[in-house]
Design a protein around this ligand. Structure first.
Ligand code: PBG
Ligand code: ZN
Length: 352
């Protein structure tokens, strides 16, 4: 090489990064050891009280409400592809709702029937149950309303914190008795983690049932499709007095701390994509507790809708959003994309 043809580098050595990711395999190696795997996924499933139901949910592409008689045909193929965990949501279409959400732990409620069936059919499948009463209350709220008038500022009904936490704990214990390996309270009532943990201890189930707290659950606009799917929209008012305000990072951190101290085994952040900072906070504040995040119904529908409009490719965006959650610190992802990922994670990655 002649001296003239050699172009003296003008850039500093420390400026050069591209050599480290010019090849697809190198790009995958740049993941800081945090790989997306099948066992991170938990699949949310809606269970109807009509045992033969298989109903399309129009706002959630590809998702259905399932009757217990249909679960084997639906889940069997997914389990053979590597499905490791499901989270169950009951959808009582015919049961009588009341102010305390009595159908939630009725022995004939769809979640309990599904737990009994699935633990027999698939003993290795991780069975998580969402614990809330909004699907079962006549008010559509996640707690029990106080009969006392709210002092001072309004005559709107308020929550009875103590009664709500006790009722939620009762429901959680009923699910644990029916075979839930994990109970996941999504109601956001104050004090319910301690009440559930004590309930599990009294029932002798604390060493056989984990407690995954929806600790940092925000009052989000992204739950719409879920509320249609589960029939759980509040009949009046909203959930802003119990779900967290979207601007409140400090409050979210306090909620994570409280639930860690009250006995949660895992912490959850929900929704996921707009709250990656909170996922990261949880991972750094409580490195010893796994962080779960829920890519909720509206996030899923949003990714789908954008792909349908041709804004991006569905698979690429599903990977990008999910990998951002893993990067932020999540090791458990609740996602309606779970069935697709069971295929996608077997395929050669073409989108790196
Ligand atoms: C009920 C509950 C909700 C979700 C999970 N559990 C809805 C809500 O709080 O209104 C949302 C899940 C989703 O949107 O996919 N407490
Ligand atoms: Zn609820």
């Amino acid at each position: 090489m002649s001296a003239e043809s050699f172009r003296a580098p003008r850039l500093e050595v420390s400026s050069i990064l591209q050599g480290g990711y010019h090849h697809p395999t190198l790009r995958q190696m740049q993941n800081n050891g945090r790989n997306l795997t099948k066992s991170m996924f938990i699949y949310p499933i809606f269970i109807s009280d009509d045992p033969d139901a298989e109903e399309v949910i129009s706002s959630l592409p590809g998702q259905k409400r399932w009757g217990v008689n249909k679960l084997e045909g639906f889940l069997g193929p997914l389990i053979r592809k590597g499905l490791k965990g499901v989270i169950l949501f009951g959808v009582p279409m015919k049961m009588n709702k009341d102010p305390r959400g009595s159908p939630a732990d009725d022995p004939s409620t769809p979640v309990i029937l599904a737990l009994e069936l699935l633990s027999k059919l698939y003993p290795k499948l991780l069975l998580v149950t969402d614990v809330c009463i909004c699907e079962y209350t006549s008010t559509g709220h996640c707690g029990i309303l106080s009969s006392l008038p709210a002092p001072g500022h309004s005559n709107q009904p308020t929550l009875d914190a103590e009664a709500s936490a006790q009722r939620i704990a009762e429901v959680a214990v009923a699910y644990a008795k029916a075979g839930a390996h994990v109970v996941a309270p999504s109601d956001m009532m104050d004090g319910r983690i301690k009440a559930i943990k004590q309930g599990l201890m009294h029932a002798g189930l604390a060493n056989r049932c984990a407690l995954m707290s929806y600790s940092a659950k925000f009052a989000s606009g992204l739950y719409g499709p879920f509320r249609e799917a589960a029939g759980s929209a509040p009949s009046f008012g909203n959930r802003k007095c119990y779900q967290l305000p979207p601007n409140a990072r400090g409050l979210a951190r306090r909620a994570l701390t409280r639930d860690a101290n009250e006995g949660a085994d895992m912490l959850m952040v929900k929704p996921a994509l707009p709250y990656l900072d909170i996922i990261s906070d949880s991972a750094t504040m409580f490195p010893d507790l796994p962080v779960a995040c829920y890519q909720v119904s509206g996030e899923y529908a949003m990714v789908y809708a954008g792909a349908e409009k041709g804004i991006y490719d569905l698979k690429e965006m599903a990977f990008e959003t999910t990998e951002s959650m893993v990067r932020a610190g999540a090791s458990i992802i609740l996602s309606y994309f779970t069935p697709q990922f069971l295929d996608w994670l077997d395929e050669e990655r073409t989108n790196v």
